[in-house]
Design a protein around this ligand. Structure first.
Ligand SMILES: [Zn+2]
Ligand SMILES: [Zn+2]
Length: 243
């Protein structure tokens, strides 16, 4: 099994360390056929892009390099944030429609849509994470927010499910199967982990391996994720970006 596309890479537009061009050049060296530039949506405190319109700027740059480097397909993506319990994202639809790949993650801290969403998503998660409590209600809220997002928008990939966030993997995977959304095995954060992959695989979903590169040298580096996939018994047919 070998990676042929990395859909999860960050640049200086959010809190990555390199430029779009540098990410592309490493992807070519790594032998990838496709790369997406998928910077953080604007709702991430301190590390998101400046505003939603920045993605139009990124798209112009991506399109320029896509013409300049015919050996690789360069895609404009986003790692958008869920900002409300009813599954709203931090980008307006007219911007999402301009993008080639939509990744969505549940991140903390984010700027929530309302104080109620703030309590529901941020406060409760931080408290349970800090105390290490197993909180069924929080898991239902987190899972529900992601499921609602899949209902509301066409989402290609849910990033690192379970990373710092309590998730019902089976329920998430059932909706992902219906919505044709892949769940990510993230090489940087270790989620989905092997146990979660096995649970999700029972629902016949697709997986995506993501480097979550925050510097160009990490583009296409997904060995830990490949190892999780192998250990969980996944094959090429289960993963959207390997051959
Ligand atoms: Zn993320
Ligand atoms: Zn990321």
């Amino acid at each position: 099994m070998r990676l042929n596309a990395d859909y999860h890479t960050h640049t200086l537009y959010s809190h990555g360390k390199g430029s779009i061009r540098e990410n592309i050049e490493v992807a070519i060296t790594e032998g990838l056929e496709r790369i997406a530039i998928s910077d953080h949506g604007p709702a991430c405190y301190g590390f998101g892009v400046k505003d939603a319109a920045t993605f139009l700027e990124i798209k112009r740059e991506v399109d320029k390099y896509d013409r300049l480097y015919p050996e690789i397909k360069v895609l404009t993506g986003v790692e958008a944030n869920v900002i409300s319990l009813d599954g709203k994202l931090d980008l307006p639809r007219f911007i999402l429609e301009e993008l080639d790949v939509v990744l969505v993650g549940l991140h903390l801290p984010i700027k929530p849509l309302s104080w109620r969403d703030g309590v529901g998503i941020i406060f409760n998660n931080l408290i349970t994470y800090k105390l290490g409590l197993k909180a069924t209600t929080i898991r239902e809220k987190n899972t529900g927010a992601l499921i609602n997002a899949m209902h509301n928008y066409p989402i290609d990939i849910i990033t690192h499910p379970g990373y710092r966030i309590n998730i019902d993997t089976q329920m998430l995977a059932q909706e992902a199967a219906k919505s044709d959304t892949a769940l990510e095995i993230n090489a940087s954060h270790g989620y989905l982990n092997e146990e979660f992959v096995k649970v999700a695989a029972d629902e016949n979903i697709k997986f995506s391996l993501g480097s979550d590169a925050h510097k160009p040298a990490d583009v296409g580096r997904v060995e830990p994720a490949l190892q999780v996939a192998r250990n969980a018994g996944l094959g090429v047919e289960d993963i959207i970006n390997v051959v």
